[in-house]
Ligand binder design. Structure first.
Ligand SMILES: Nc1ncnc2c1ncn2[C@@H]1O[C@H](COP(=O)(O)OP(=O)(O)O)[C@@H](O)[C@H]1O
Ligand SMILES: [Mg+2]
Length: 243
């Protein structure tokens, strides 16, 4: 059984079908990339997987359990956590305190939450940021904090929604490295990402969403050569570069 099994989920907003009959699987420790044009339904799919929206149809199974009707906090307790496309740190708290908010997913004890958070910041190479107020961080710093916070919940799987949007190439490389370190701990990742370099260097597999439906799935090198994907999303030139 796969770690995550999404079965035929559909989400309608009034007359608009944002996600239509979408199915996908994610194995333990795997990195799955999700790409597609703006408005394709990627964030809506994320919101259904993480419990922020209930699908009109279909089910989501995590670690063998039907989580479709669970709340986000219940899903997080089971080891599935997400980040937000628009990052939401507590601006008046330090980086350390923000990471501790994640660590409280597994403990109520301040001392152990603090100890664990310090270890995580050290492991992720963010030790030097720990006293800074989250509100004073650069966009890149906030993105890294968001990922560290998710990691601190001790998840089996992290959903990252556009974790590298709006970053400079060197900042993107830092976050790619961060994601790799987390992946090496055996944590599965679902990445929604526009930056093809990120997808190509991190993903084991890619699914392509267009108009709420999955139009292609496979290993990165194969998917970027796919005619339907090139037409819907990449364009000839991008496919050439990526290939
Ligand atoms: N809460 C909402 N209410 C109404 N329409 C929405 C809502 N969220 C998303 N949509 C619409 O659903 C479609 C898919 O959006 P989204 O999932 O955000 O796409 P993506 O993340 O791939 O850019 C878009 O047409 C968007 O306008
Ligand atoms: Mg989105």
């Amino acid at each position: 059984m796969s770690l995550l099994e999404v079965k035929n989920i559909t989400k309608r907003f009034g007359g608009l079908v944002a996600v239509n009959d979408l199915s996908l699987n994610l194995e333990k420790g795997e990195i799955l990339g999700m790409i597609g044009p703006n408005g394709a339904g990627k964030t809506t799919a994320f919101n259904m997987i993480s419990g922020y929206y209930k699908p009109n149809e279909g089910q989501v199974f995590f670690d063998g359990e039907n989580i479709t009707e669970l709340r986000p906090d219940q899903i997080c307790k089971r080891g599935l956590v997400r980040t937000f496309q628009v990052v939401k740190p507590f601006p008046q708290l330090s980086v350390l305190d923000n990471v501790m908010v994640g660590a409280y997913n597994r403990t109520n004890d301040d001392q152990s939450a603090r100890k664990k958070s310090l270890e995580i910041l050290d492991f992720l190479g963010m030790d030097n940021m720990k006293e800074q107020l989250a509100g004073s961080l650069s966009v890149a710093g906030r993105k890294r904090l968001e990922i560290a916070k998710a990691f601190a919940t001790d998840p089996k799987m992290i959903l990252l929604d556009e974790a590298m949007a709006g970053l400079r190439p060197t900042e993107t490389d830092e976050i790619i490295e961060l994601v790799r370190q987390i992946s090496q701990q055996g944590i599965a990742l679902l990445l929604v990402e526009h930056v093809m370099k990120v997808i190509m260097s991190l993903a084991d597999r890619i699914v392509v969403i267009h108009h709420g439906e999955k139009i292609a799935e496979g290993v990165p090198q194969q998917v970027v050569q796919d005619k339907a994907v090139i037409d819907a999303y990449l364009g000839e030139e991008a496919a050439h570069v990526a290939g």
